[in-house]
Design a protein around this ligand. Structure first.
Ligand SMILES: C[S@@+](CC[C@H](N)C(=O)[O-])C[C@H]1O[C@@H](n2cnc3c(N)ncnc32)[C@H](O)[C@@H]1O
Length: 330
C-alpha cells in the first residue's frame, strides 16, 4: 500500500496546468513518492490524452521507486519507472522510447529538486540533524560517497570551503576547525547527533544554532549527491530533449539551486547578437526557449499552512520555441 505521509507534492495543481496540455511523453525526473506523476497522469486521463501518452519517472532512490510503483498502479500501462540519475535524462529517454518504438521528443519535463519528506524523516538515511542516525545522506544508497566520508576525510580548508559554498554559512571556518579538532581527539565521526553536537558546541545558542545546523547539513547533502553539478547537466540535456512547444518546470528550494535555474533559463531564452555595434540583421543564434513564468511561482498561504515544505518552493517554467543553432542558417 502507498503511504499517505511519504511526501506531499508541492505546487501540484500549478505543475499540472503548466505542463499537461497535449498527449505526449512526460518525464518526471524526480519521481519521489509519485505525487506529481499521479497528478499529471490523472490530468492526462481527464483530458482524454492518456492514450498516446507515456510518463517516464526517474529516481535514484529505490525506496522512492517502490512507493511510486504502488501509487501509480492504476496507470501502470502508461508509465515506466526507472532507477537512475536524472543527469542521464537523455540516455534514459532514448532507451525507453527506443524500446517502445516512440520518437524521443518530450512534451513536458518536471524536476522537483532536493530530498523527499520520506528521506528526511527516515533516521537511517542520515539527512536530518533532528534524527539520530548514521551520517549518510546518499539519495542513491549504492553511491560511493557518504557524508561521514566527507566529514572524516576532507581537511579543514576543504570543509570550510564546502560549508561556505553550499551552506552559505558565515561561521564555516570555525566549524571546520572544530570538526578537525574533534576528529583528532576522538576519532571518526559517524553519527548525525555527534556532528550536530560539535556544531552546537561551536555556535552560540538561540536561533542561530538551528540555522547553522541546517546550513552545514545542507552543504554536506549537496556535496554527497553532487546536487548542483547534476542540476546544470540535466537542465542542458533536458531542454535538448523537448519537442517544439514542450515545457520544462523546475521547483527549487534554496537560492543556490534557484540561481542556477534562473540563469540557465535566461541564457537559453537570449539570442546572440554578437559583439556590440556590429549591427547584425539576424542574431548569430536565436534563443531556443521562452519563459512561461516571468517571476517564480510560489505556494499560496493555504498550501504553506498544510505543507510547510512549500514555504521555500520556487517554480520556474520555460517553453521550447526552436531547436538550437545558427540564426543565419535557420
Ligand atoms: C522533492 S522529492 C520529489 C517528490 C515528488 N515530486 C513527489 O511528488 O513525491 C525529490 C526526489 O528526487 C530524487 N532525486 C534528487 N536528485 C536526483 C537525481 N539527480 N537523479 C534522480 N533522482 C533524484 C530524490 O531521491 C527524491 O526522491
Amino acid at each position: 500500500m502507498a503511504q499517505d505521509n511519504f511526501h506531499e507534492p508541492v505546487l501540484a495543481s500549478e505543475i499540472v496546468s503548466f505542463l499537461v496540455r497535449k498527449p505526449g511523453i512526460y518525464v518526471d525526473g524526480t519521481l519521489g513518492g509519485g505525487g506529481h506523476s499521479l497528478a499529471m497522469l490523472r490530468a492526462l486521463f481527464d483530458a482524454g490524452f492518456l492514450e498516446g501518452s507515456l510518463l517516464i519517472g526517474i529516481d535514484q532512490d529505490e525506496a522512492a521507486l517502490r512507493e511510486a510503483g504502488e501509487k501509480l498502479q492504476e496507470f501502470r500501462a502508461a508509465s515506466v519507472l526507472i532507477k537512475g540519475n536524472f543527469l542521464d535524462i537523455e540516455g534514459i529517454i532514448k532507451r525507453v522510447c527506443g524500446s517502445k518504438g516512440l520518437e524521443p521528443k518530450v512534451a513536458g519535463i518536471l524536476l522537483d529538486l532536493g530530498v523527499s519528506s520520506f528521506q528526511i524523516d527516515t533516521a537511517e538515511r542520515g539527512f536530518s540533524y533532528l534524527r539520530e542516525g548514521p551520517l549518510d545522506m546518499r539519495m542513491d544508497i549504492d553511491a560511493p560517497l557518504s557524508a561521514a566520508d566527507i566529514v572524516n576525510s576532507y581537511d579543514e580548508k576543504e570543509l570550510a570551503r564546502l560549508f561556505y559554498r553550499y551552506g552559505e554559512e558565515p561561521r564555516s571556518r570555525s566549524i571546520a576547525r572544530a570538526i578537525v579538532a574533534y576528529r583528532l581527539k576522538n576519532g571518526l565521526i559517524s553519527r548525525t547527533q555527534e556532528l550536530a553536537a560539535i556544531i552546537r558546541d561551536n555556535a552560540h545558542g538561540g536561533e542561530r544554532v538551528i540555522k547553522t545546523l541546517s546550513r552545514v547539513f545542507q552543504a554536506l547533502r549537496i556535496e554527497v549527491n553532487a546536487e548542483l553539478d547534476v542540476l546544470g547537466g540535466v537542465l542542458y540535456d533536458g531542454v535538448d530533449c523537448l519537442d517544439e512547444h514542450g515545457r520544462m518546470a523546475v521547483i527549487s528550494y534554496h537560492s543556490l539551486e534557484d540561481r542556477i535555474v534562473k540563469q540557465f533559463f535566461a541564457e537559453k531564452a537570449r539570442s546572440d547578437w554578437g559583439p556590440k555595434g556590429v549591427g547584425l540583421r539576424e542574431p548569430l543564434a536565436w534563443g531556443t526557449v521562452t519563459p512561461v513564468t516571468r517571476k517564480p511561482v510560489v505556494a499560496t498561504q493555504q498550501e504553506i499552512a498544510s505543507n510547510s515544505r512549500a514555504r521555500s518552493a520556487k517554480l520556474r517554467v520555460i517553453e521550447k520555441i526552436r531547436q538550437g543553432g545558427c540564426g543565419v542558417c535557420q
